[in-house]
Design a binder for this molecule. Structure first.
Ligand code: NDP
Length: 332
């Protein structure tokens, strides 16, 4: 076993100014958790960008190594749950928030945060999905549980070129839904069409709804990954009995609202959390991605492989809303 490993290192170099670089760290400096993993792949999520650029709502103390996703092989497990060499997948809980994260060649975590990599998914594929895929899967499950059926009408997906958005578009299309993909990057319309989007709409399409108490009913269901006033513009434009799975805040955490869509159209606002969700529920969504939701070709289409050294540059892109699809950090 190596004594050192490479990791992204985020430091506050001046008040409010954060620097990201790659450093060699000591394995002995990792937190005192039982399960030590040699990380082969990680991925980039919006939350990692927040952590890497000093968002104290995500990471309280710096220096810090971000990375809310990781897959890798067991080096040791003092809890006795796993054997050396077992291939495990970790997303969420405190990984990469206030526990050294997956943008590193080693992590040490509680055994209860990890799942065996499901048969049917490669390590790389599990990170193409990562937290974004898990969240997209949970959003789609929420809609299905609320009664969504393809014949109900169009399903809107906001932030469609992002990680959660692109996987939601692809999954809904695979399940037979007509997806209206909303994006601020109309130049990426072909990317969204290839994922299965029925139509691609400019983000500005929703903006005029802001001045109205209610908008014309346009979509049966929706997945909103951007939050802010966009979320309420989506709610206002849902058809009678519809619902939106809300998971994100890329456009902001606050929104102005009124009760009319809820009391006049019976709209449901369905919250989605992929972080603190019980491990067994996470496992059930992963099993679906490894079986009936399996789509290697589409996963490859949305993925870009990058090195650990490139991670800081790509995290900056994500923070500006310039990411497209999913970035897999290859440390194999
Ligand atoms: P990405 O950065 O990959 O995607 C976000 C996308 O949102 C962008 O690509 C862009 O897509 C759109 N966007 C960005 N800024 C704005 C803006 N100001 N107004 C409108 N749209 C904007 O992020 P992820 O896919 O990783 O995450 C998406 C959101 O979901 C984040 O807020 C994240 O925190 C949240 N999330 C929540 C989880 C949960 O458990 N609830 C888990 C995972 C993520 P486009 O240009 O196509 O519009």
């Amino acid at each position: 076993m190596k004594d050192t490993f490479r990791a992204v290192w985020v430091e506050e170099v001046a008040p409010g100014k954060f620097d990201q670089r790659i450093v060699e760290r000591q394995v002995g400096d990792l937190p005192d958790h039982p399960l030590l993993l040699a990380v082969t792949h990680s991925s980039l999520n919006y939350k990692d960008a927040l952590s890497a650029f000093g968002n104290r709502g995500v990471t309280r103390e710096y220096p810090h190594t971000p990375g809310i996703d990781a897959v890798g092989k067991v080096i040791e497990d003092k809890s006795g749950t796993y054997a050396p060499g077992d291939e495990l997948l970790v997303t969420g809980y405190d990984l990469g928030m206030n526990t050294c994260g997956g943008l590193a060649e080693c992590i040490r975590i509680p055994a209860g945060w990890a799942l065996p990599l499901p048969e049917g998914l490669s390590a790389r594929e599990s990170m193409i999905l990562g937290t974004a895929g898990l969240t997209a899967g949970l959003c789609v499950e929420k809609l299905l549980e609320a009664g969504a059926k393809p014949e109900d009408g169009e399903v809107l997906v906001t932030g469609a070129t992002g990680g959660v958005g692109s996987i939601a578009v692809a999954l809904l299309a695979k399940l037979g839904f007509r997806v209206a993909a909303v994006t601020g990057k109309l130049e990426s319309a072909d990317f969204l069409t290839e994922l299965g989007a029925w139509k691609v709409l400019d983000r500005e399409t929703l903006a005029p709804f802001a001045s109205k108490a209610m908008a014309k009913p346009m979509w049966a269901w929706a997945v909103d990954t951007v939050g802010g006033d966009t979320l309420f513009n989506v709610i206002k434009s849902l058809a009678y009995g519809g619902g939106v799975a809300a998971c994100g805040m890329a456009a902001g955490a606050q929104f102005q609202a009124n009760v009319f869509p809820f009391i006049l159209r019976g709209i449901s606002l369905l919250g989605v959390d992929s972080v603190e969700l019980p491990l067994e529920k996470k496992a059930s969504v992963w099993r679906k991605f490894a079986a009936e939701w399996q789509n290697s070709e589409l996963l490859n289409r949305i993925a870009e492989d990058i090195s650990l050294e490139q991670a800081p540059e790509f995290l900056a892109r994500l923070l500006r809303g310039h990411g497209i699809g999913r970035y897999v950090v290859d440390m194999a």
